[in-house]
Design a protein around this ligand. Structure first.
Ligand SMILES: [Zn+2]
Length: 150
């Protein structure tokens, strides 16, 4: 599969039968956090909000929903019956997506990221693309030349 340039293209490249599910996932994530940033990261649809929020990807036999720790671990009881790893849950590629569960997990991650931000000193920043850095100047990863300007 060629590298998609954005999430729209990723979905368009996906098998016909799962495109509707991916659109639902995308719409659900955006409905929870309207200000979320969307891009392709590691070849997968990526969403950022005060840091990493969630990724998803079509695999051969499931749709992977990736949420950085400790969210999956915290929702073990909700995830009985699903294949999970420390940072992923395998959603069914056939049949209905458990949207209530997806919402719960994404909301938990939103809260986690907001809490983490609140605990950080004020000089700690996260740019619109999700890079974390210290200081009041523009993000040094997005603007590597900034420091050289005299
Ligand atoms: Zn940046």
């Amino acid at each position: 599969m060629k590298k998609p340039k954005d999430v729209g293209e990723y979905i368009a490249n996906a098998p016909k039968g799962v495109q509707g599910k991916l659109k639902d996932l995308r719409a659900t994530i955006k409905s929870i956090v309207p200000e979320v940033t969307e891009s392709i990261s590691y070849g997968m649809p990526y969403y950022g909000y005060k840091g990493r929020l969630v990724y998803f990807a079509v695999m051969k036999n499931h749709i992977g929903l990736y949420i950085p720790p400790p969210i999956i671990e915290q929702h073990k009881k909700d995830l009985l019956g699903y294949t999970t790893t420390k940072s992923a849950v395998h959603l069914p590629i056939n049949g209905r997506l458990p949207m209530t569960l997806v919402k719960k997990l994404v909301k938990a991650r939103v809260k986690n990221n907001e809490d983490v931000e609140r605990k950080k000193p004020e000089t700690f920043k996260i740019c619109s693309r999700g890079h974390e850095y210290v200081g009041s100047s523009p993000c040094p990863i997005c603007w590597p030349g900034h420091k050289k300007v005299k």
